[in-house]
Structure formats: structure tokens, C-alpha cells
Design a protein around this ligand. Sequence first.
Ligand SMILES: Cc1cc2nc3c(=O)[nH]c(=O)nc-3n(C[C@H](O)[C@H](O)[C@H](O)COP(=O)(O)O)c2cc1C
Length: 366
Amino acid sequence: MLGAGHRLKLGLFGFNCTNGLSLTTAETGFSASWDETLEIARMADRIGMDLLIPIARWRGLGGDTDPFRHSFETMTWAAGIAAGTERISVVSTLHLPLTHPVAAAKQCVTIDHIAHGRYAFNAVMGWFAPDMTMFGTSMREHDDRYRYGAEWMEIVRRIWTEEEPFDFDGEYFQLSEVQAHPKPWQDQYPMLINAGNSAAGMDFAARDADVNFVHVESLETGRAYIEKARAHARDKYQRELSFMGIGFVVCRESEAEARRVATDIIARGDRAAARSYLTEFGLGSESLSDDFIREAEDKAILGMGARQLVGTPDQVAEGLAELSEIGLDGVMLAFLDYEAELGAFAETVLPRLEERGLRLPIGVRA
Ligand SMILES: Cc1cc2nc3c(=O)[nH]c(=O)nc-3n(C[C@H](O)[C@H](O)[C@H](O)COP(=O)(O)O)c2cc1C
């Protein structure tokens, strides 16, 4: 569960990779260099944000500009960010099929100690087949990914909590005398986030995670998903689950200016990369209309399916309030130029969220 403090948690998503969440050649100062990503993390820490979540990518997306060609590996990224920040939670995003659980368990604990307990772990099963083939492995059948993930998580959790060595004889792993010290810094173990929205993803989150990280396509479908997943966790596992979504922010003084910037991002979009992203996500194009495909590409270019929050500070605050109202406990934000836009967001949108009772004043956490 996401703890006390701000009613709507806020964080940043995707600033360990070039492009962040926009597939475009629109002008930006954002390059995702180490110094820049650290400065962005520190800025988010200073303004009282709650979480920093990286994207796990191993190669570019193709297309004309090969978005994500430059990306920092997220475990080592989180270790560096944890050492360079003070209060904000730091997350690593890990493809469970690509790291052995015994190695991952120790890596997570190491970051958790560097962070003095501010560490959280985002589990993803993967969706981009070329990421997998690059490792010489293939994508498992969809629901099998989650069965594998459940076994993987069970091993990690036992490593984090059991003092005595244990043997493990599962479907995917046969391990002997498993042991690791130290244990996590945190009382129990790091908060677990799962990014996945299918029925199998929902079940995995309900059983194994504290937070389900979701795509909100519309307020109606988002609300319905959250209600269903919350009930599923309660009914089947007697567990409480928190929910976080993603928002792509284009906030300017006037609505016209914000729309102009958003339109420019889309007009200069890398449609071939957007198509590659959609195809890997299973959006076969043959039977779909050109209008439908174009709209899906536009959504991929401006936020990769994130909720688009385009407008004045009042409108962006209203958009975030709507996401809170449908049941999200947190929204992870992305910007075309994180460093340049975050300061203005803090000055103009955060006070409006405070007025609405969604955020405590800057600097106050609990
Ligand atoms: C909010 C969110 C963030 C995600 N972040 C990543 C990521 O950083 N790297 C990655 O390979 N997949 C990421 N994924 C994709 C998941 O790995 C997963 O493959 C995808 O959601 C499909 O799973 P599902 O069918 O259960 O929804 C993300 C998914 C969501 C919903």
C-alpha cells in the first residue's frame, strides 16, 4: 500500500531514457544524461514528490529516430539516485524473465540499504519481444509470464524474510540452500509495484504486489478497472491494493499555448516508432481503420498511452483531481523536457492540488 501523507501521490516516470514518454522529434533539452537525470531526481525530491520510477528498456524501438536507444539500466540507476537523494522513494523496474531471482533479491536489498528504506520494486513481465530475443530467450505465452513471475516473487520474498537457508523445487526454478544477508532495511521488505493490466496481471498484483501500476485509457474504463481489481484483491486474497497511473503533462499559461505544444509534439511524431510500439503491444493493423490507427499513434507519440494532461495549471490540476476521483492513489508524471518543466509544475500546479486537499504543502510529507 502507498502510505500516509499526500492524498494523491506524485512522481516521475521514464526519465532514465531518451524520449521519456514521447516519440517525437519536437525540440527538447532533455537528453537523459546521468547528471541531468540526477538533477531531475533531486528537484522532484526538493518539491516533495513521492516516487521516481524508471522505464526498463534494453534497446531502441526502431522507427526513424529509434526512441529509447539510450537508456540507463534501472537497478544501477536506482542505486545512484538513492545515494543522491534524501526523502523521495526510488524504484527500479525489472523484467522478471531477464534476471535470476537470487541475484535480483540481493540487488534490491543493496539499493534498499543505500536508500535507508526508501526503495520500491516495480515488476514487469515484458512486452517487447526484441528485448527478450537479445538475451537469447523468447517471450513466454501471456499467462505463463505471470505464473513464472509468481514463482520468481515467492523466491525473492523468502530470501528477504527467511533467516535459514531453504531449498526450492518449483516449476521454473530448482534451487538449493538459498540464503542471503543482510535482509531489507525496511521492516518487512520493499514496496512491490506491478505494471500490468490484463486479467493475469490483475491477479498477480492482487496476490503479490502492494501497488498496481496501470494505464488509464479513459476515466470510465479506469474507474471500472480499479473497482474490479480492488474487489478481486479483497475477495480472493483478503488484501488491499493501491493504484497508480501515468500522466503526460503539457502545462502552459494559456490553453492555446499548451495545445500548440502538444500539437507540435504529435506533428513531429515518429510514426514508424509509434507503429512498432503498437504492433509489439498486439495492435494488429490489418483489420483496423486508418483513423483508428492514427489516433492510437497520436496517443503513443504524446505519452505512450499515458493520460494526456494538456492545458493551463487549473486544467492540469483538474485532470489530476479527476484521476484521483476514479480511485488512483498516485500519478506518475512525464514531460517533454522534465528539468525545464518540473519547476513551473511545482510553482503553478502543486498549490492548486493543495487547495483541493490532494497534496500537503510543499515540504510536508506525513
Ligand atoms: C504503467 C505501466 C508501466 C510499464 N512499464 C514498463 C517498462 O518500464 N518496461 C517494460 O518492458 N514494460 C513495461 N510495462 C509493460 C508490462 O511489462 C506488461 O508487459 C504490459 O503491461 C502487458 O501486460 P498485461 O498484459 O498484463 O497488461 C508497463 C506497463 C504499464 C501498465
